[in-house]
Design a protein around this ligand. Sequence first.
Ligand code: DPN
Ligand code: ZN
Length: 306
Amino acid sequence: MIASASTALAASLLGAGAAQAAKPEQAAAPDISVDAVQKDLKELQSVAEENGGNRAHGEPGFKASIDLIKKKLDDAGFKTDVQEFDHGGTTGYNLIADWPKGGSEDNTVMAGSHLDSVGSGPGINDNGSGSAGILEVALAVAKEKLEPKKHLRFAWWGAEEEGLVGSQKYVSSLSEGDVKKINTYLNFDMIASPNAGYFVYDDDAAVQKVFQDYFKSKDITTATSPEVNGRSDHASFADAGVTVGGTFTGAGETMTEEQAKQWDGKAGEPYDKCYHSECDDISNVNEKALDLNSDAIAHAVWELSS
Ligand code: DPN
Ligand code: ZN
């Protein structure tokens, strides 16, 4: 509220005083409501409950998840496309959402998350959390009527849990020229682990710094994670030569003593004890980590697209 009011004030002062003045710098990213992200997670939990307990590739809960997210984006003014692919004898889906305002697609910033769960549970931390986080950032872009210098595209991948299948299908569907138009791909896979670590991908130093700066401003020390390397959809983009980055709160590995002190966590316990299990449900969410990471996504999307 305060940020947009002061932006409006700055714009009106500029308009009144200096008609020829340069366009003001893009305003800072808005705060993403963690309540809104939690509401999306509850809806994904319901989708799983209504569809046999999961949202896995080839199961009805996956397509229902795609439909749920797509409707919110369509209502907000995104141009959406569902890319179908075949994997393991069943149809998979990627949801791609382009924001129609802003710069040319020749210079595109993407944010993506896999929307599929494993078969054993509803997949709320892995990866309802990233999916809902980028959704609320996309909806904030629409609400702010953002006109970034670069083009913005959001993506929800299918069949990540089967080996990064959806993101690979997407990247291989692009021409070499179209791959070069992707300035940066940001990946969010597990951003609300109950015993949360604050990990930033270290693939690209400049993108890493954008996230580190955000967490530093919130007095949070970040780390890099050996768990991340190549294990989520950013690998499909990195393999094609695209600059990548992202954040992660940890999966099945164990938190160290030092990390537990830094992050107020539990040493000797996994970051997510429900990783790939039935108990990865709506109660398997660290709200502080979800809140911070959702705001970190917004910060990076605003910063990198401006
Ligand atoms: N998507 C999970 C996996 O592939 O095992 C968890 C994970 C996310 C691992 C991000 C590493 C990085
Ligand atoms: Zn995952």
